[in-house]
Design a protein around this ligand. Structure first.
Ligand SMILES: *Cc1c(COP(=O)(O)O)cnc(C)c1O
Length: 500
C-alpha cells in the first residue's frame, strides 16, 4: 500500500518512507491511498488473539512493506505484559450495560500515547533499514504533556536515534513535568518553552521546514523526524485498540458480532479519534465517533458549524493534554472527506496559516453521514463528572476521560441510538492527582507525592510504580528557552549529539 501527501497526491511513498519522513516535504500529512478491508470473518478470527497478535494482524494490512514476522516481533516486545502491567494491554471496564471504558493507561508512562510510542521506534529503525538510510534520526517532539514522556521512554538509548522534547513551561501537570525532566538515557534532551503548546508545536514545525538547518544537519549525518501524531507510525498503532475494544465487547456478550458500537474520544490533536475513523473505514462496525473537547472547544464548534477558527483565547485547563487550538490531524480527515482533494486541502491549510480560520461548511453533510459528533465540557463540569462517576459506580477516571464520559452521557440523553458506547480512557487518574482530589472534595495539599498517596487511600488502588519512583529521581534537565530560541537550542544540542 502506498501513501500520499494531503497537499500533493503526486508525492507517493511506502509506509516505511512515510514513517521515516514524518511529514511530507510540502508540509502535508501522509494518508493511505485506500483503506484495507477487514471482513466479519477477519474480525471473528480476532476473538482468539492476544493483543500483540491482533496488533500485528491489523498493522500488517496498513504497513504492507513490513513483514508479518517483523510486526509480530515488534508487537510482542512493545505490548509485553511486563510493559503494560498485565496480559490485557487495554482492559475494558463496563461502567453500565451500554457504556464501557477502554483503559489505555497501563503502559510505562500511564497515558495512551504509549501504544503508539512503544511501537514507533521499532517501526522507524526498521524503516531506516528498509530505505537504506544510514543517517542518525533526530526526533523532535512538541508535547502538551504526555507525548513527551512516552516518546522519551520509547526512544531512550535506541541506537541510531536521539530525541529532543519541548514542553510549554508551566503548561503541564507537575507529575508530567517530573516524568520528562528526570528521563534517563544518553540520547535524550528536554527543553521548557516560554509559551503554550501551540507555540511549542509551531516552533518545532518551523525547525522542520527550515532548509538551512536541514542542510547543516545533513552534513553532520543527521536527519530530522517527528514523533508527533502527524507521523503515520504513531497513528497506525492506534487503529488496533478500536478492534480490541470491539473484540472484548463480543467476548463479554455485550454486543453480537456485526453490531455497531460508538466511540467517544477525549480529543486534542485529533490523532486518536482519527484512528477510530480509519478502523471504521476498514470494516470495523463503528457507528458514531464522538469528539470530546475541553474549554478549548475549537473542534466541537467545527463539527457543528463547519468553520474552524482558532482565533480565540487559549485556555489552560485541568485536562492539559487536550489544550490545543490547532488540531493537526484534522487535515487528514478534511482531505478524505473532501473526496481526497489535495488542492482543496492545500487551500484550507493556507487559510488557516494566514488567518487562523477556514470554512469547510461543504463537509458538514459528509461529517454527518460519517456520524461525527462533537461536545465539550469545562473544568467545573469535568470535576462534577469525576465526582458523579465515583459516587455512582466507584470508578475513578482522570480529567481527560471525564470530559469524554460527560460528553457521551449528554449525547446519549439527547440521541440514544441503543448502541453500546466505548469511552477511551487516555490517562491514569494518578497523573492528575491534585485536580482529581479537588473534584472529590478532598484536600489537595502537600507535595505532589503526598497527593498521590492520598488519592491511593481514597480510591483503594496503589500508586503506579513508575509515578511513585519520581519522588526520588534526579532532575536532569532544567533549560527554559524562548520561542525564538528553539532552533538555536536544537542546533546546539544536535551538534553535541552528532559528535557522540
Ligand atoms: C494526547 C492526549 C489526548 C489527546 O489525544 P489526540 O490524539 O491528540 O486527540 C487526550 N488525553 C490524553 C491523556 C492525552 O495524553
Amino acid at each position: 500500500m502506498q501513501y500520499y501527501s494531503t497537499r500533493d497526491m503526486s508525492c507517493r511513498v511506502s509506509a516505511a518512507e512515510a514513517i521515516l519522513r514524518g511529514i511530507a516535504p510540502d508540509g502535508g500529512l501522509f494518508v493511505p491511498e485506500s483503506f484495507p478491508q477487514f471482513s466479519q470473518q477477519d474480525i471473528s478470527d480476532m476473538l482468539h488473539m492476544t493483543y500483540p497478535q491482533l496488533a500485528a494482524e491489523v498493522l500488517s494490512r496498513w504497513l504492507t512493506d513490513y513483514t508479518k514476522e517483523e510486526l509480530e516481533g515488534f508487537c510482542s516486545e512493545a505490548y509485553s505484559a511486563q510493559r503494560f502491567e498485565s496480559d490485557n494491554t487495554a482492559p475494558l471496564h463496563m461502567l453500565s450495560d451500554s457504556t464501557a471504558v477502554l483503559e489505555l493507561f497501563h503502559g510505562p508512562t500511564c497515558a495512551f500515547k504509549d501504544f503508539a510510542l512503544q511501537m514507533l521506534p521499532r517501526l522507524l529503525t526498521a524503516a531506516a533499514r528498509k530505505c537504506g538510510e544510514n543517517k542518525k534520526t533526530a526526533i523532535l517532539v512538541a508535547t502538551s504533556g504526555d507525548t513527551g514522556k512516552a516518546a522519551l521512554m520509547g526512544f531512550a538509548d535506541v541506537p541510531g536515534t536521539c530525541i529532543g522534547v519541548f514542553y510549554p513551561d508551566g503548561g503541564t501537570s507537575d507529575i508530567q513535568r517530573l516524568q520528562m525532566v528526570t528521563q534517563s538515557g544518553e540520547n535524550v534532551a528536554v527543553f521548557a518553552v516560554k509559551g503554550n503548546f501551540d507555540d511549542a508545536q509551531t516552533g518545532v514545525k518551523k525547525i522542520f521546514g527550515d532548509a538551512d538547518i536541514a542542510r547543516q544537519l545533513a552534513e553532520k549525518g543527521v536527519r530530522l523526524s517527528s514523533a508527533n501524531s502527524i507521523n503515520w507510525g504513531r497513528l497506525a498503532p492506534q487503529i488496533v485498540y478500536y478492534f480490541w475494544a470491539y473484540v472484548q465487547l463480543v467476548r463479554n456478550n455485550t454486543v453480537k458480532m456485526g453490531d455497531k458500537i460508538n466511540f467517544c474520544v477525549p480529543t486534542g490533536n485529533f490523532g486518536n479519534i482519527l484512528a477510530g475513523f480509519f478502523a471504521k473505514k476498514s470494516g470495523l462496525p463503528v457507528g458514531s465517533l464522538i469528539c470530546a473537547s475541553n474549554s478549548n472547544n475549537v473542534l466541537s464548534d467545527f463539527l457543528q458549524t463547519g468553520v474552524y477558527d482558532k482565533n480565540r483565547p487559549f485556555m489552560r485547563t485541568a485536562s492539559p493534554s487536550m489544550d490545543i487550538l490547532i488540531s493537526s490531524n484534522l487535515e487528514r480527515l478534511l482531505f478524505l472527506l473532501a473526496g481526497r482533494s489535495d488542492a482543496q486541502c492545500r487551500a484550507w491549510m493556507e487559510q488557516l496559516r494566514q488567518s487562523g480560520r477556514y470554512d469547510a461548511g461543504q463537509l458538514l453533510s459528509a461529517l454527518h453521514e460519517e456520524e461525527f459528533f462533537g461536545g465539550w465540557a469545562d473544568d467545573a463540569q469535568t470535576a462534577e463528572e469525576i465526582a458523579r462517576v465515583f459516587r455512582e459506580t466507584g470508578y475513578l477516571c482522570d480529567t481527560h476521560t471525564a470530559v469524554a464520559v460527560r460528553v457521551q452521557r449528554l449525547h446519549r440523553e439527547k440521541a440514544d441510538d441503543g448502541r453500546c458506547t466505548v469511552v477511551l480512557s487516555t490517562a491514569s487518574p494518578f497523573k492528575f492527582a491534585p485536580d482529581i482530589l479537588k473534584a472529590l472534595g478532598q484536600p489537595a495539599e502537600g507535595s505532589e507525592f503526598d497527593m498521590l498517596r492520598r488519592l491511593s487511600d481514597v480510591c483503594g488502588q496503589s500508586v503506579p510504580a513508575s509515578l511513585a519512583q519520581l519522588e526520588t529521581a534526579k532532575v536532569r534537565f532544567d533549560m527554559v528557552c524562548r520561542r525564538e530560541e528553539m532552533a538555536q537550542a536544537v542546533c546546539a544540542w544536535l551538534e553535541r549529539e552528532a559528535e557522540r
